[in-house]
Design a protein around this ligand. Structure first.
Ligand code: FNR
Length: 183
C-alpha cells in the first residue's frame, strides 16, 4: 500500500516554477508514494478569533493534513523567507492549540528559485518552523534548486538529465524517510 503524501506549493502564480517542480517530483516519485498537490490558495488568513467557529476551509485543510502520511513542501523564496501563503497554511494547521495537524508527519523540503542560491533562506526558515511543529524533515539529501527558469521546456518538463537524476534520488530518499518514520 502506498503512502499518501500531501504536496504544498508556496506559490499561487499560474506559471510558477515551484508548481512545475512539484509536478516533476510527483512524476519522478517511486510507486510507494501517492502524491497530491493540495490547494492552499483559498485558506482564510489565520485569526485566533475564529478558532471557536473555524471557517470550513480550515476544517477541510486540517482534516486532509491529519489524514495524510507525509508532506512534501515545494517553495519559492520571498524576501529571504517563505511566502505568506505557505506560512498561513503552517499557522492554520498548527491550531487549535494542542491539536496541531502537522504533529509527527514526515516531510521533505524542496526550495526553488531562478537565482543561483536556490531559495536557501526559505528552505531553512521553513525547516525552523517544522522543527517547532514536531515535523521530522528529511535532513539529507537537501534540495536547493537554483536557475529554475532554465530547467523546464514549454510543456513544463525537466530538460536536464543530471537534474532529473538528482530529483529521482531525492524522491527515493524521501520514500525511505516516510517508511522509516511511519514504520
Ligand atoms: C521574489 N523572488 C526572490 N527570489 C529569491 O531567490 N530570493 C528572494 O528573497 C526573493 N524575493 C522575492 C520577493 C517577492 C515578493 C517576489 C514576488 C519574488 C523572486 C522569485 O524567486 C521568483 O519570482 C520565482 O519565480 C517565484 O517562484 P514561482 O512563483 O516561480 O514558484
Amino acid at each position: 500500500m502506498a503512502y499518501n503524501i500531501a504536496v504544498y506549493v508556496g506559490s499561487l502564480r499560474k506559471a510558477s516554477f515551484s508548481r512545475k517542480m512539484a509536478k516533476a517530483l510527483i512524476a519522478l516519485a517511486p510507486e510507494s508514494l501517492q502524491l497530491e498537490i493540495m490547494d492552499i490558495s483559498k485558506l482564510p488568513m489565520y485569526n485566533e478569533d475564529l478558532d471557536e467557529s473555524p471557517p470550513e476551509e480550515w476544517v477541510l485543510f486540517r482534516k486532509q493534513l491529519k489524514d495524510c502520511d507525509g508532506i512534501l513542501f515545494v517553495t519559492p523564496e520571498y524576501n529571504r523567507t517563505i511566502p505568506g501563503v505557505l506560512k498561513n497554511a503552517l499557522d492554520v494547521g498548527s491550531r487549535p492549540y494542542g491539536e496541531s495537524s502537522w504533529d509527527g508527519k514526515p516531510a521533505a523540503v524542496v526550495s526553488v528559485s531562478p537565482s543561483a542560491i536556490g531559495a536557501f533562506g526559505a528552505n531553512h526558515h521553513l525547516r525552523q518552523a517544522l522543527a517547532y511543529l514536531n515535523v521530522p524533515a528529511m535532513a539529507q539529501p537537501e534540495a536547493y534548486v537554483g536557475h529554475a527558469n532554465e530547467l523546464f521546456d514549454e510543456d513544463g518538463s525537466l530538460t536536464n538529465a543530471a537534474t532529473i537524476e538528482f530529483l529521482r534520488d531525492f524522491m527515493r530518499a524521501f520514500a525511505d524517510w516516510v517508511a522509516t518514520i511511519k514504520g
